[in-house]
Write a protein that binds this ligand. Structure first.
Ligand code: VGL
Ligand code: ZN
Length: 197
């Protein structure tokens, strides 16, 4: 069984959003068109409480895109984005979210960020997605969405480590590409056995 995993196609990651990924909205129609080819469709939704620890505004004197040390390791500080129930956290208007079997929210704990759809940024706290997929007999994943170098990357690498067959459709992703993050992500995904197609 083969699932399509659509990562974080939300207003804040599209042009005009709080953490806009260049061209983030260009992929939406082709993602919709892909959905019917899969046994299951899962959407992830970045879903942060106000005052989340990944927001620069939460830390005195810190600016977006700076790094801090968290108990679980280094963390990029982001502009406030995808605040629970805000317009920026909603899926892009054109995304056919009604066709999803599952909508998985992540990043909802104040003290820890979650790039990956499988584990929070401590790489240990599960989101529950692995169990959902396995109990549905799904062993192959195709991933698309935003941002290629953060949430798609972390999700794909974790999935490969968990033993899923993973393919990332690069042309249906867009990247933030900050400080070499895109090249590092591609190398990391390839080393983990993710197929970039
Ligand atoms: C993401 C940064 C912060 C993503 C989410 O979806 O790639 N990036 N939160
Ligand atoms: Zn986030």
């Amino acid at each position: 069984m083969h699932a399509l995993i659509v990562i974080d196609v939300q207003n804040d990651f599209c042009p005009g959003g709080a953490l806009a990924v260049p061209g983030g909205d260009e992929i939406v129609q082709d993602i919709n068109a892909l959905m019917s080819e899969f046994d299951a469709v899962v959407l992830t939704q970045d879903w942060h409480p106000a005052g989340h620890s990944s927001f620069a505004s939460t830390h005195d004197g810190r600016a977006p895109m700076e790094m801090i040390e968290m108990p679980y390791g280094p963390q990029v500080l982001w502009p406030d984005h995808c605040i629970q129930a805000s317009p920026g956290a909603q899926f892009h208007m054109a995304l056919e979210a009604d066709r999803a079997d599952l909508i998985l929210r992540k990043g909802f704990r104040t003290e820890i960020d979650s790039y990956s759809a499988f584990f929070e940024n401590d790489h240990r706290t599960p989101t529950g997605l692995e169990g959902y997929l396995r109990t549905r007999g799904i062993d192959r994943l195709t991933m698309v969405g935003l941002a290629l170098d953060f949430c798609v990357n972390f999700s794909a690498v974790d999935a490969a480590k968990l033993g899923f067959g993973v393919e990332v459709r690069e042309h249906l992703c867009r990247a933030i590409d900050f400080d070499g993050s895109l090249q590092a992500a591609k190398t990391g995904m390839q080393q983990a056995g993710v197929a970039l197609v």
